[in-house]
Design a protein around this ligand. Sequence first.
Ligand code: DX5
Ligand code: ZN
Length: 231
Amino acid sequence: MTDLPILIAPSLLSCDFARIADEVARTEASGADWHHVDVMDGHFVPNLTIGPPVVSKIHAAATKPLDVHLMITDPAQYAEPFAKAGAEVLTFHVEVTPTEADARAVAARFREHGVPIVGVALNPDTPVERVLPFLDAVDLVLVMSVFPGFGGQSFIPDVLDKVRRLRDEGYAGHVEMDGGLNAETLPLCAAAGANALVAGSAIFGAPDMAATISAFRASAARARLEASRVG
Ligand code: DX5
Ligand code: ZN
């Protein structure tokens, strides 16, 4: 388990992009801890979103950290522009780094450019063993619970084993989950040991965002407590 605070990170992928500064303000007023920002390049995933100039505008509108999830094939090339745009958390996908040395090089590049929290993400079909050799180099592991590319997909419960394994291995950094999190699935993530919880459609689609975020936070805390009692 973990003592790290539970962090609720609404995914701006589900916001109204025409009013992004208002959406940032609304999620902060509703109790969000981080803003999850999905960057897609049309190569690593079959969708396109935003790049550094828009991230920089989001940063200017935000007072909470930006959690930037890079679904792109060449994260090292874009380390500097995303760091300069204000990414407090910057996460690359392990699938684009064939070797441990490649993964370490990307993490090092992010740090060189001053990124405070360096993360690595795993697709649902990527074994957790791919990241175990370089856990010392990252502050966050993002365990994807859907195949990346689109919001609104269904949670894949099998990936929870990877979260438990990371905590069993003694990983003390942030473990984040992303994809299909809602009132039913989010407590499962917290019980398995995840502390950073991303939700797009479940938060932006809720009639009362503040009530939803506070219910998510409370249910995650409860699930973590129950899991630590039995486990
Ligand atoms: C999917 C993105 C997610 C997405 C989650 O590729 O990485 O961050 O916005 O959306 P929901 O919570 O709707 O599954
Ligand atoms: Zn994401």
